[in-house]
Ligand binder design. Structure first.
Ligand SMILES: [Zn+2]
Length: 149
């Protein structure tokens, strides 16, 4: 593994389980034990019912692109070799949205509503980043949105 020189996650008490599961290549989020709401980012209290009881459930890792942007400008020198790259809001099948990068396809093939699945990148011995690729069945094909926007 080459030296990773980009900013690293900075886990808090609330987010450490998320990163620990990522290291195991599992996408897990808190599911409220009271109302079933799956919340992200992690927190102490359910934003829907204020319960403090939750369990870390394993998600499918599948979702669709809710929105995205292609970065051409280098806002942080650590990413100078990556431009242009795609940052996206991924709407997971279980409901929550999370920010990540879209990888594994040409930037011009990225579309709103494109089905994607998680792919973990081991960046250090301590961290793996959840990124998203087009769903396997769509990779390399003429990618089209699956629903009207
Ligand atoms: Zn709740």
């Amino acid at each position: 593994m080459t030296m990773y020189t980009k900013p690293l996650p900075d886990p808090t008490i609330e987010t450490k389980p998320f990163w620990d599961y990522c290291k195991k290549h599992e996408l897990r989020m808190q599911k409220c034990a009271q109302c079933g709401h799956i919340r992200f980012p992690p927190g102490i209290v359910c934003p829907k019912c204020h319960s403090m009881e939750a369990e870390w459930v394993k998600l499918s890792g599948k979702g669709k692109i809710f929105s995205f942007v292609i970065f051409h400008y280098v806002y942080n020198k650590a990413f100078k070799d990556d431009v242009p790259y795609a940052s996206a809001s991924i709407e997971l099948d279980e409901g929550p949205r999370m920010m990540s990068n879209i990888i594994g396809c040409k930037l011009e093939d990225i579309k709103i509503n494109m089905p994607v699945e998680v792919h973990f990148e081991d960046i250090t011995g301590e961290f793996a980043l959840p990124k998203f690729k087009p769903e396997l069945k769509n990779r390399g094909k003429n990618l089209k949105p699956t629903a009207e926007v």
